[in-house]
Structure formats: C-alpha cells, structure tokens
Design a protein around this ligand. Structure first.
Ligand code: GLU
Length: 306
C-alpha cells in the first residue's frame, strides 16, 4: 500500500489503570482506520491528572500496545510535560476576551472527572462571569479560580465520519466550560485540541461517549485558529446490561488477556466485535489492515457477555 503521510490518526489514552478490552478495541480501530488508507498512527499519553495517572501505568500501557504490534510512528508525547504549551493557548483565548475565573466549587469537582455523558452533565449558569471587582477580590483571597471559556449561543455543527451530522448549541448543552481547573491542571478539552493540532492529527477515532465533547473542541479549534480534524466515533463496548465498560468493572484487563490469548486472538476478537469478520478467528494486524472497512462497523453499541 502507498504511504499517505498527510493522513495521521492517534490513540490518546489516559493511563489511569491497565487497559481493558474496550481500550484495546479503540486502539486497534484507530490504528486500522488510518493504516487501511496508508496513513500514520501515533500514541499520546493523556496524563494531565497527576493523581489518577501514574507513570507505571503509562509504561504498562506502552508495553501492551507493543505486545499487540501497535507501534507509534512518531515519538510518544506526555501531556504532563506540556503545561507551557497549554498555557500559551490559554493566553490566546484570554487575549480574545474569551476567558474568566470561576470560583464555583461544584464546577471544579465536575470538571475534574472524565468527560463522559454518564457522569451527569450540568449546564454552567455563567455565575462568575459578571462578578464585580470587589467580589472578585474577596473570592480570590479565599481560593484559586478555575478558568472558563465563554461559548456562543449558536449551533456548532460537524459531520462525524460514522454517525453523520451532529449539531449542538454549547450555551444550552454545557454553558461556558472549564479550560483550566482550580488545581492548576489544564482541562482535557483544551489539551486534546492543542495536542491533536500540534501532532498534525487529521483524524480522531474514539468512543462515542466523547461525541458531544467534540463540539466544545471544535469551538476551541476555531478560536485558536487551528485545523479541525475529521472525527470518527465508535460504538461502545458495553456489558450485557448496556453499561459502558469501565476500568472499575470486572472486565479482564491486559494482564489477564495477555495470559489467556495471543495478540492475533485479540485482534481477531476485536475484528469480530467490530463486524469485520463473521467469527473471532485469529488474524494478524496486517491481515486486519487489509480488510478493515468503516462501512461494516455497527452503529449500535456492542454487548459483550462477560
Ligand atoms: N484520554 C481520553 C480517554 O482516555 C481520550 C481522549 C480522546 O480520544 O480524545 O478517555
């Protein structure tokens, strides 16, 4: 196959624990999506949350990807080392008058969580946007503010490669959202945009739990004058009861999977789950690259019997 170096996909895991089958499925499909069209694939470690993301987990994650044969076509970057770059993007937003400090505690707590719909979405009221200077002074003596970006009351639309046209009004969906947490950590929504642009990512493949985060990210791409990639969201792997697989569930992780199966067996299972073959016959990564097609990926979430 011809090389197509202007196509570049990525896998951007948060090393908050060992990968499970759901993570491996996202990694493999993001790889096949871009490799089946001759592009490059890179890995980025999203370890901004220093409490949850441990270096030893990142090392295991990379060894698991390596074992599967998934190797990054560019040096791996770690978000925990890139605060200066995120600070620069934040100053750009601030220079445009798009940011303000927010002292609301509940908001800080929610923003610290993984950005998944099941966590319960709240629409921020904009309370801190209009604080008077005396209120600001009083509050800043008590605590550090988070930083929010002001969203427009207008639709933001994009066409997902798999799920088609998506349209959300951010003012109604989430309100002004956090780009830097009160603890100083930059928020996922900002860092993911800055890094996908910095790494020249042309396509983002990830679980559809992040489908509605995409509008916030597109808004940031626009404000930072960065090139928006093509987004492809994947149906989630769910348990029998329809709940998204999470690290806290009793899903076998890579330590167990590596003892039970070969890389080819896992690739075969993922290809079966993603409707790329009629059974879970083992296959090599290059065989999978040869047959992968988005047309066969289902729309509905995929139930696993655990
Ligand atoms: N780091 C995020 C996660 O592991 C994924 C980010 C993304 O793919 O945009 O949930």
């Amino acid at each position: 196959m011809e090389n197509n170096t202007h196509l570049r996909g990525r896998f951007a895991p948060s090393p908050s624990g060992r990968m499970h089958l759901g993570n491996v499925y996202s990694a493999i499909i993001s790889y096949l999506s871009v490799k089946s069209r001759g592009g490059e694939w890179v890995v980025r470690i999203e370890d901004l949350d220093r409490q949850r993301c441990k270096p030893e987990n990142a090392a295991l994650l990379l060894s698991d990807l390596d074992w599967l044969g998934l190797s990054s076509d560019a040096p791996i970057i770690y978000q925990s080392k890139r605060d200066d770059i995120y600070a620069e993007a934040l100053s750009k937003l601030a220079a445009r008058g798009l940011t303000y400090g927010c002292f609301c505690r509940r908001a800080d707590i929610l923003s610290a969580q993984a950005p998944h719909e099941s966590d319960g979405r709240v629409v921020y009221s904009g309370k801190c946007k209009n604080l008077s200077s005396s209120e600001l002074l009083a509050l800043s003596k008590v605590r550090q503010p988070a930083t929010r970006v002001v969203v427009p009351n207008a639709d933001i639309a994009f066409t997902d490669g798999h799920y088609g046209k998506q349209c959300i009004n951010l003012a109604h969906h989430c309100g002004d959202f956090i780009v830097r947490r009160a603890d100083g950590n930059f928020a996922y929504q900002l860092s993911v945009v800055v890094d996908d642009a910095a790494q020249g990512i042309t396509e983002v493949v990830r679980g559809r739990d992040l489908l509605t985060s995409t509008h916030q990210q597109i808004f940031l791409y626009q404000q930072l004058e960065l090139q928006v990639p093509q987004f492809w969201h994947l149906p989630l792997l769910v348990s029998d009861s329809g709940v998204r697989l999470a690290k806290r569930d009793k899903v076998p992780d890579m330590s167990a999977l590596r003892q039970m199966f070969s890389p080819e067996q896992i690739i075969g299972k993922v290809m079966f789950l993603a409707h790329q073959q009629p059974s879970d016959l083992p296959m090599t990564l290059s065989e999978a690259v040869g047959i992968f097609s988005w047309n066969n990926v289902p729309m509905n979430d995929i139930a696993l019997s655990l």
